[in-house]
Write a protein that binds this ligand. Structure first.
Ligand SMILES: [Zn+2]
Length: 111
């Protein structure tokens, strides 16, 4: 008689590490989500950027400067451009006013 052997064993101790696992996977998916080709020009990936002045995060195609606010779906059309978002009136200043998302910004720590 081997009826007792069908019970699964050792499956109840991993709940704590499972939660950590899930959150790590969440961030990995976030990074994967950045790999969305620009719906406007199709020439580059839409990437995450950040305003230096406010720290505000947004998404932009570096090729054509189409811009999506953070909460917008990158696969949808957008009618906003970097120049309209920043309103510096100077396309050179536009690029000086932003940094890629993964670079730290020292807010209120002007040089
Ligand atoms: Zn583009």
């Amino acid at each position: 008689m081997t009826w007792g052997d069908t019970r699964p064993a050792g499956r109840q101790t991993s709940q704590g590490s499972l939660a950590q696992d899930v959150s790590r996977r969440f961030f990995e998916e976030l990074e994967l989500m950045e790999k969305v080709a620009c719906v406007h020009c199709g020439q580059d990936w839409v990437r995450c950027y950040k305003r230096k002045d406010s720290g505000q995060i947004f998404f932009m195609c570096p090729e054509c400067e189409s811009l999506w606010p953070k909460e917008e779906d990158l696969r949808d059309e957008t009618d906003m451009y970097l120049s309209e978002f920043l309103l510096t009136g100077d396309s050179v200043k536009d690029w000086e006013a932003i940094v890629p998302c993964d670079e730290p910004v020292a807010l209120g720590d002007g040089d």
